[in-house]
Design a protein around this ligand. Structure first.
Ligand SMILES: [Cu+2]
Length: 136
């Protein structure tokens, strides 16, 4: 019984590993990335994802963080309207420690962002265009 459980777990890990790999190989750029934000800043400072990919902004400090498009205070760099200040790339509220906020980037480009509650803390999301040639 224990051996069967072990085999099941190993198979699940192997399958999960393959799924992750094929997502990366499909367009040679990851479709997800995670950024940790805290009162100490943003880590890593730059992440790269494919167009249509999602970045998870994780609040890892002791105070809320508020990811939002550059440039503070107008937040207009990201070219998609509909947010609360100047673009759709805006959490529109503080993310409590331990919580996270996900944003899907549908526009290729190099997009700066900052912690709206601590504007000197900045990072960059590089969104690579997905061409027909390298689509799976
Ligand atoms: Cu701001």
């Amino acid at each position: 019984m224990k051996i069967l459980t072990f085999i099941t777990i190993i198979s699940a890990i192997a399958i999960a590993g393959c799924v992750g790999q094929s997502q990366i190989l499909a367009n040679e750029t990851p479709v997800t990335a995670t950024v940790e934000m805290s009162e100490n800043g943003v880590s890593p400072p730059t992440v790269t994802i494919a167009e249509g990919g999602t970045v998870t902004f994780r609040s890892t400090g002791t105070k809320p963080v508020w990811p939002a498009s550059a440039v503070h205070p107008l937040h207009r760099q990201y070219p998609e309207g509909g947010g609360c200040i100047g673009s759709f790339f805006d959490a529109c509220e503080g993310i409590e420690p331990g919580d996270e906020w996900n944003f899907t980037f549908n526009h290729a480009g190099v997009w700066g962002y900052h912690d709206h509650l601590n504007p000197p803390h900045r990072g960059v999301v590089e969104v690579k265009e997905v061409t027909t040639e390298n689509q799976a």
